[in-house]
Design a protein around this ligand. Structure first.
Ligand code: HEC
Ligand code: HEC
Length: 297
């Protein structure tokens, strides 16, 4: 083990083999040469110093309280992004201008515009509609599936556009789509036996197992109270947002108990209108997109 004495600096002397002066440090008898830094290393080091000074002058570098020094070139990553967005906007503007100038039907017919609108609509859908209608627009529960050709309020381009613009039972918009199915049980419009019979008749309409006698009685109640909205054969009426009752697609459930519940005290869906949140070009693209999902009329 090295004694304390060995580690003390000895006198500087010239190493006989390399001809270089030593630093005078000795560890376990090994002496340290005082070799100069290699030239290339020094010059690289000086170059980085010069670069750093230049960088600090030209670019934002020194953090201050709220901001950093701006630098002579006025560069900022945020500014670059803004420029890129501006360039992208410009590249799109030809198409966007056409979207705002043309009718939905004309956009639908023009393959390039159609493709552009579907892409734009799909991305607006991801941001605004997915939380309720699902990522594939498949809906679920009280949220309608937008892929099928079962429409509450109509599946034409214009019908979809109106639904989006003004919403459904959206009280903040006076042009909103609205229709109220009466609460036949809660408001004592029908007796509970009549409600039961009507539910049996709806089971029959939708080709489910039912009690034939009750359904026959229910047919009369249905004709008097329900056909005005849901149609004589239960085909529904998009003017009134009344769903088709003769198919297997249910919003609130097609079992006997669920039908009785809906007739007694109906659930009524609500969707906000989008005209104050999305601009008209986006609404048009969304309409084209939703229409393109497969169920467009
Ligand atoms: C004023 C129009 C109107 C009348 C009258 C009316 N309904 Fe409705 N009904 C609607 C609307 C609108 C909806 C959809 C509610 C929604 O969108 O949330 C609906 C929904 C339903 C549903 C739910 C369908 C589903 O997919 O889950 C059933 C079942 C139903 N009605 C049955 C009846 C029966 C039976 C009667 C007659 C006793 C009746 N309705 C009378 C407008 C009406
Ligand atoms: C807060 C939840 C919610 C959001 C967000 C939402 N919707 Fe809806 N949407 C609904 C509900 C609920 C209905 C059914 C209303 C009813 O019962 O009539 C509906 C109905 C619709 C309909 C009518 C379907 C038909 O059968 O006629 C369309 C089209 C539609 N939504 C598209 C959209 C688009 C596009 C967006 C995004 C811009 C969107 N929705 C965002 C809840 C929502």
């Amino acid at each position: 083990m090295a004694s304390e004495k060995d580690n003390k600096p000895a006198d500087r002397e010239v190493d006989k083999i390399s001809g270089t002066e030593t630093t005078g440090h000795v560890w376990d008898g090994i002496r340290e040469l005082d070799s100069p830094m290699p030239r290339w290393w020094l010059w690289t080091f000086y170059a980085t110093v010069v670069f750093a000074i230049g960088y600090v002058i030209a670019y934002p570098a020194i953090p201050l309280v709220t901001n950093a020094t701006t630098g002579l070139l006025g560069y900022s990553t945020r500014g670059e992004v803004a420029k890129q967005i501006a360039r992208a906007k410009q590249a799109q503007s030809g198409l966007l201008e056409q979207i705002s100038a043309k009718t939905l039907q004309d956009i639908r017919k023009d393959p390039e515009l159609f493709q552009f609108a579907v892409a734009g609509g799909a991305s607006a859908f991801r941001v605004n509609c997915v939380p309720c209608h699902g990522s594939g627009a498949q809906g679920g529960g009280i949220y309608p599936n937008l892929n099928d050709d079962d429409w509450l309020w109509g599946g034409s381009l214009d019908a979809i556009h109106t639904t989006l613009k003004h919403g459904i039972r959206f009280t903040a918009d006076e042009n909103t789509r609205t229709s109220e199915m009466p609460a036949f049980g809660r408001d004592e419009i029908l007796e509970s036996t009549e409600i039961n019979d009507t539910a049996e008749f709806v089971l029959k309409l939708s080709n489910q197992e039912h009690n034939a006698e009750a359904a026959a009685r229910g047919a009369t109640v249905y004709a008097d109270n329900c056909a005005a909205c849901h149609g004589d054969a239960g085909q529904g009426d998009p003017e009134q947002g009344a769903p088709n009752l003769a198919d297997a697609i249910w919003f609130y459930g097609g079992s006997k108990a669920e039908l009785v519940a809906q007739i007694s005290a109906p659930k009524l869906g609500m969707m906000p209108g989008w005209q104050n949140r999305l601009d008209e070009d986006t609404l048009k693209q969304l309409s084209i997109y939703v229409h393109s999902l497969g169920g467009g009329e």
